[in-house]
Design a protein around this ligand. Structure first.
Ligand code: GRF
Length: 204
């Protein structure tokens, strides 16, 4: 089974990026991270990628582009130039333009810290706590034009405890993210899937 060439796009701490790189290095996840794109110069994700020896680690500065479309077009050209088959979003905090989503339709994957469709958006963990749910979790999904709205590949659930803060709940969710993100990428490579309506049907 040949591995998939992927790019990871990240904006922050990069713990999901690190888990994917570790899984690749250990031979547990058949992906080849060729490129890491980051929109923030001081993101820890950049250091993680460099330390792991990712061949192309690039900070694309939004300030150098007039608008989202131009920024995304530059990123898209980099993804094509480096032969990336899939684009894995890992804490990437920019909303993708619809032209970008159309260009890579079905090839962009995201992880979100809630059980979608509940609590889409940038404040998912706070919103879940504030709402008072007793369980939350994370969702790996394909990206379409709707924010956090594409077909769901995998979900994992965690309890919400009475004394949870945003940080304690997020930490519990991230432990699950670090299991299901590499596991889902592995499954995508090894099993494949079809989509019926909104449903992802795994091939095995
Ligand atoms: C994760 O909680 C993910 O669900 C969300 O952003 C966070 C990124 O964390 N999209 P990290 O940068 O991978 O540590």
């Amino acid at each position: 089974m040949s591995s998939k060439s992927i790019a990871v796009m990240a904006s922050g701490r990069g713990s999901n990026l690190k888990i994917i790189l570790d899984a690749e290095a250990a031979g547990h996840c058949p992906v080849d991270v060729r490129l890491v794109i980051c929109d923030k110069a001081d993101a820890k994700a950049l250091d993680i990628a460099r330390q792991a020896g990712v061949p192309h680690v690039i900070h694309v500065n939004p300030k150098d582009y007039e608008n989202r479309e131009q920024y995304d077009a530059e990123c898209a050209d980099l993804l094509d130039k480096h032969g990336c088959q899939w684009i894995v979003l890992a804490g990437y905090m920019r909303i993708l333009s619809s032209a970008f989503v159309r260009r890579f339709r079905g090839r962009i994957i995201n992880i979100h810290p809630s059980i979608l469709p509940a609590f889409a958006g940038a404040k998912a963990v706070e919103d879940a706590l504030e709402y008072g749910v007793k369980a939350s979790g994370c969702t790996v999904h394909l990206v379409d034009e709707v924010l956090d709205g594409g077909p769901i590949l995998a979900q994992a659930i965690v309890p919400v405890l009475d004394d949870d803060t945003r940080d304690s709940l997020h930490a519990r969710i991230q432990r699950e993210e670090h299991i299901i993100y590499p596991a889902t990428l592995k499954r995508m490579v090894e099993e494949g899937f079809t989509i019926k309506g909104r449903r992802v049907i795994w091939s095995k």
